[in-house]
Design a protein around this ligand. Structure first.
Ligand code: PLP
Length: 420
């Protein structure tokens, strides 16, 4: 980006907003369900209450709970409700963060500091052992926090392999990870088995329910089978669950939950060796915007359990129709058995049908297509109720895209799969 001239004169509000609206014209139509990731839309009513609550707390800062006791109350409520949803005992605790990445960062940081304090990992370089499908946020956290990370191959059904994880644990290992479900394939890892390993070897187990934490409990109520995955499972030390995904609230909102408040001392950052005095912060961020906390509180109140169950029903019904549609198309295969709302599908025979060429044919049909790398896939990372009205159109476009690729023997111009 070349340097540009900083605006000298202020501009009129109407002109500014017009310009921004014009700039947006090439962005994806998320309202119309044209993309399967990045935005969670549950209709205008939910959006409005989120926006109004966000607006009400636009200026407040959760770095200063003494100045804004109401904001502390809203955060405590959201964390308490989430603990109730995800099986926290009365001794559990947690915080809101800016997103899944920050929640995961706080889990790794807290686990690392406990391991150091208790002399786990032999005092040498610490090491985490995670399934190959664990989110990149774990590698990012390991990088920033200066610990090693090993990714262990998955089983054939794309779930984590507890035997492989056990074999990879060594004296330096302080932490294991499991996903509920994983982002690449949407499958639940065998969390009870991994938790048993964590107990046996005295390891921290973080369950990454960033995408599933606000789906799984409601899917269970709606009658879908959901394995045990949360703080109820003995051996699970921390859980992350994103509000800005299936909480259907403003971006910048996630939760990090710890099984025991005794762990909080390793979470907190406290410092006083500077002129301003004592500084205390529970998360990576210093200033924490009030808006996302307020929006999460308001949306949860607005929807309640019944509202979320209904949204999950709509999402799962759309997913079931989508899965049936994909499976009815000759040559396509769904990778793994999607537990909730994350679906990845590819080609049964990559020589005969290039799934990335199908992806490009879908792009030409007006869909914003995202991909998976291993195995090559079209990835629908986050189905929502916004997709229900377009499932039939998607499936019929998919059918014609597959026919086009076969007929014209197309191969993809671009073979990369990028997220972010
Ligand atoms: C989205 C996601 C994350 C990261 O969350 P961000 O909010 O993008 O930082 C981590 N793990 C899983 C399984 C996710 O789906």
């Amino acid at each position: 980006m070349p340097p540009d001239v900083f605006p000298k004169h202020g501009a009129a509000k109407a002109d500014i907003l017009d310009e921004m609206t014009a700039l947006k014209k090439d962005d994806v139509d998320w309202r119309g369900g044209r993309l399967g990731v990045y935005v969670h839309f549950a209709g205008d009513e939910v959006l409005e209450i989120a926006k109004e609550a966000h607006h009400l707390y636009f200026s407040e800062n959760a770095l200063g709970p003494a100045a804004f006791p109401s904001l502390r109350r809203l955060e405590d409520d959201v964390v308490g409700w989430t603990l109730g949803l995800l099986g926290g005992s009365p001794r559990a605790c947690g915080n809101m963060t800016s997103g899944g990445t920050e929640s995961i960062f706080m889990a790794v940081k807290t686990a690392r500091d406990r391991a150091r304090a208790e002399g786990l990992g032999g005092g040498d370089r610490l090491r985490m052992v995670v399934p190959y499908s664990a989110h990149p946020a774990f590698s990012k956290a390991a990088h920033f926090l200066d610990v090693d990370l090993e990714r262990v191959p998955l089983r054939d059904d794309f779930t984590a392999d507890p035997v492989g994880l056990a074999a990879a644990v060594d004296d330096r290992t302080f932490m294991l990870v499991a996903s509920a479900p994983s982002f690449p394939h949407g499958v639940f890892d065998p969390i009870e088995e991994i938790a048993a390993l964590a107990r046996e070897r005295n390891l921290w187990l973080h369950v990454d329910a960033c995408v599933g934490g606000f789906v799984a409990p409601f899917a269970r109520i709606a009658g879908y089978p959901v394995p045990d995955f949360d703080l109820r499972v003995p051996g699970v030390t921390s859980v992350s669950a994103d509000l800005h995904k299936y909480g259907f609230t403003a971006k910048g909102a996630s939760t990090i939950l710890f099984a025991d408040e005794a762990l909080r001392e390793y979470q907190m950052f406290e410092f006083e060796d500077w002129p301003r005095g004592r500084y205390v912060s529970p998360t990576f961020a210093g200033t924490r915007p009030g808006g996302p906390i307020a929006a999460a509180w308001a949306v949860i109140r607005f929807l309640g359990e019944e509202g979320y169950v209904e949204l999950v029903r709509q999402t799962m019904a759309a997913r079931d129709r989508l899965l049936a549609g994909i499976r009815s198309i000759n040559g396509l295969v769904v990778w793994g058995e999607p537990s909730l709302s994350v679906v990845a599908f590819g080609s049964e025979n990559p020589e005969g049908l290039d799934i990335f060429a199908v992806a490009e044919a879908m792009t030409r049909r007006g869909w914003f297509v995202t991909r998976g790398a291993q195995p090559p896939a079209i990835h629908l990372g986050m189905l929502t109720p916004a997709h229900a009205p377009v499932v039939s159109q998607y499936v019929s476009d998919l059918e014609s895209a597959v026919q086009e690729v076969r007929r014209d023997r197309l191969t993809a111009a671009d073979r990369s799969a990028t997220y972010g």
